[in-house]
Design a protein around this ligand. Structure first.
Ligand code: CA
Ligand code: CA
Ligand code: CA
Length: 694
């Protein structure tokens, strides 16, 4: 600890004690000065010229002018921290001068403990030398380069840009957190496929020789989402490119793919030590079929939602490791897809050890979408739905990262209607934590108004609504990989198709829906849409599923969905492609510049019926993974109805606000979007999408 810094700290601690304002880091530091006083001392005045990291908290949210002044004095503003604070990088001397300013609440060093993710358990004498894999991000690339030099080669797994993965001891985690420039560190986990694994015990029907004529037409899941209505308008995904990051696709060579996948344009190899993107697991082929298989195999009876879209596969299954090897730096996945013109990226996997929390993975997804606002990234919500407390209702709080990201379109699973094939067992026979009625005697694909028991429920730990939408994800029949020994998931139908289930299966159906919607907006409505607009339309046009498959029997008796949408079970409801591609009476605002802090934009909408639905949705700036609230920029929606009554939510948690109004007078509704706080805007502005209908 430098002496000058200690003096600064001591004078500041007085302020901390008196101030009512808090820094909302997840890890509370009772006394930052005490943490720092444990370190070496140095009274060298030259230290004032050394640049260091601090957290600067303002009395009120900093204005753009004030932020520009700080920039001009050499202080780099890096990351918003609630409330009204930023991690900054600047010379100690300049920071000292700044701290005396009237706008400043307090200035404290960026404490190492604030960089350490909640996924690390407590350190003890028993585990301090135990080796664990970690992923770490620095603020600047030169800081990563220096860290790489300090880590033994055999411990280092990956290093690129701002990210590294290494195997270190618990003690070394603390040392790394002490290194200048480290933004966050968290445990590095192997990602899991979001497929339910309970069914291989079920007996397949037809001895794996199923015939297409035997099918009801519901098996692909597209019918429940009303894809036929969009297809009838010649909306097939044509001209759109969807990228699937998964276990690979069929034989893994564009020229060798079956007719069903002749729209595949390219594959990328991400499987550790793999030499192709062939699918030895079966999952990636099934998922790809739901996005865009063209139906060649079964006379069009089984095809993807966007069966004329182009498809690219990013194969991430490592044969050597027998697991997914997702790049630690997610932009390695997103950037190649973006460069090839793909604007929809779908992911049926997640971190089963990072549940409900906004972690580094969520941060990376949000950051890429913030920097590429037309690039829609979908994530499966996860399959961790259990009734642990035994009240006959699946418990809340089980959405996996990166599905916890604010900007991702996070997809949960509803039930398909398939009464034969795949898994038909009673749920109580499958899992211990599904043994209380009405779940126990239910089956997984008998009621399309039901939510799949396994589908991960929201909200996130910081109270945000997730998933965003649901789609059929049980007993979905889709393409099989023709690789020798490829897995058969929930059972084989015939050599070309397997049954499967999971939020893994729901997500690609919505990705196909996004491709069709994108085509509709571009070709019919002449809008080049942002990802936020596509997501908002899919959400507001979704079918409300309240109260779910068990009816309105009351919370005490195990009702499935307790409140109208949006909620943590169905999100905004089941994606509906008929209503998503019928927007002629809607008002669609894709506001690319956006609002400023303290500013507002307003719109008028005429409602003949005296009812109105308005959804404000925006791609928010990435949040620090170690804070309590992950909302950064806060916009509010207000509607004044013709009688003068004002409807508002003043939501301080979500980056989406839905206002639904019924039984009010017909006439002009005045809609206002307000910039409440915009700490991390684009030149001070927050872009947004606004979708309004009767
Ligand atoms: Ca429960
Ligand atoms: Ca059911
Ligand atoms: Ca708000």
């Amino acid at each position: 600890m430098k002496k000058s810094l200690i003096i600064l700290m001591m004078s500041l601690m007085l302020d901390v004690a008196l101030a009512g304002k808090v820094l909302r880091f997840s890890r509370k530091i009772e006394d930052p000065a005490r943490v720092f006083s444990l370190q070496e001392e140095d009274s060298n005045l030259a230290q004032k010229r050394v640049r260091r990291y601090f957290v600067v908290q303002f009395k009120n949210m900093a204005t753009e002018e004030l932020k520009k002044e700080l920039n001009a004095s050499g202080i780099e503003i890096l990351q918003y921290i609630p409330d009204d604070a930023f991690i900054v990088f600047g010379e100690l001397g300049t920071i000292e001068e700044l701290s005396a300013g009237p706008e400043i609440e307090k200035v404290v060093p960026f404490v190492p403990s604030w960089k350490i993710g909640s996924g690390f358990g407590p350190m003890s004498v028993f585990n301090r030398s135990e080796s664990i894999p970690i992923v770490l991000k620095t603020f600047h690339t030169d800081e990563l380069d220096r860290l790489v030099e300090s880590i033994p080669t055999h411990s280092l797994e990956y290093a690129s840009g701002h990210y590294l993965v290494a195997n270190v001891s618990h003690e070394q985690v603390l040392q790394l957190a002490n290194a200048e420039g480290v933004h966050w560190i968290q445990p590095y986990h192997t990602m899991s496929l979001a497929v339910e694994s309970f069914t291989p015990m079920d007996q397949p029907v037809n001895e794996n020789k199923g015939l297409c004529e035997e099918l009801s037409g519901m098996e692909s899941g597209t019918q429940i989402m009303n894809f036929e209505s969009a297809w009838a308008k010649d909306l097939t995904g044509r001209g759109q490119t969807v990228t699937v990051a998964d276990t690979g696709l069929d034989l893994g060579k564009v020229s060798d793919l079956p007719l069903d996948f002749r729209n595949v344009t390219k594959g990328f190899i991400f499987g550790f030590m793999n030499s192709d993107w062939g699918d030895r697991n079966g999952h990636g082929t099934h998922v790809s079929g739901s996005v865009a298989a063209n139906g060649s195999f079964c006379d069009g009876k089984l095809k993807g939602g966007a069966f004329e879209a182009n498809l690219m596969m990013e194969g991430m299954f490592s044969e050597m490791r027998q697991s997914l090897t997702v790049p630690a730096k997610f932009s390695d996945l997103f950037e190649p897809a973006f460069s090839e013109g793909s604007r929809i990226h779908t992911n049926s996997w997640g971190d089963n050890f990072s549940v409900g929390i906004y972690d580094g993975g969520s941060f990376q997804v949000d950051q890429f979408m913030w920097e590429h606002p037309d690039f829609l990234i979908l994530f499966a919500a996860g399959n961790l739905g259990l009734d642990v407390d035994g009240d006959g209702r699946i418990d809340p709080g089980s959405v996996t990262s990166p599905g916890t990201a604010k900007n991702a379109l996070t997809v949960g699973a509803s039930e398909n209607l398939v009464l034969r094939g795949g898994s038909q067992r009673k749920l109580g026979q499958i899992k211990d934590k599904w043994r209380v009625e009405p779940i126990a005697s239910d089956t997984i694909s008998n009621n399309p108004d039901g939510i799949a028991a396994f589908s991960s429920r929201g909200p996130t730990n910081d109270g945000r609504t997730k998933p965003d939408v649901v789609a059929p994800g049980t007993n979905i029949l889709s393409n099989a990989s023709h690789m020798p020994d490829a897995g058969t998931l929930w059972g084989r139908f015939n050599e070309d198709f397997n049954y499967s289930g999971g939020t893994s299966m729901s997500t690609p159906l919505v990705a196909g829906g996004a491709a069709i919607l994108r085509q509709y907006l571009i070709e019919f409505l002449k809008i080049e849409p942002s990802a936020a607009l596509i997501k908002a339309i899919l959400m507001i046009t979704a079918t409300e599923m309240y109260p779910g498959q068990f009816g309105e029997v009351g919370a005490a008796k195990g009702q499935e969905i307790l409140t109208a949408r949006p909620n943590g079970v169905e999100g905004y409801g089941r994606a509906n492609m008929a209503s998503a591609t019928d927007l002629t009476d809607f008002k669609l605002i894709d506001e690319r510049l956006g609002v400023q802090q303290g500013g507002e934009l307003s719109y008028d909408f005429e409602s003949k019926s005296g009812s109105l639905k308005a959804l404000l949705l925006y791609t928010d700036a990435p949040a620090d993974p170690n804070v309590e609230l992950s909302l950064v920029n806060d916009l509010d929606l207000q509607v004044r109805d013709p009688s003068g009554q004002v409807h508002k939510l003043e939501d301080r948690i979500n980056n989406g606000e839905l206002i639904e109004i019924n039984d009010r007078p017909a006439g002009i509704y005045h809609i206002v979007v307000k910039g409440i706080k915009i700490p991390q805007g684009k030149e001070g502005f927050q872009p947004f999408a606004l979708v309004v209908s009767e």
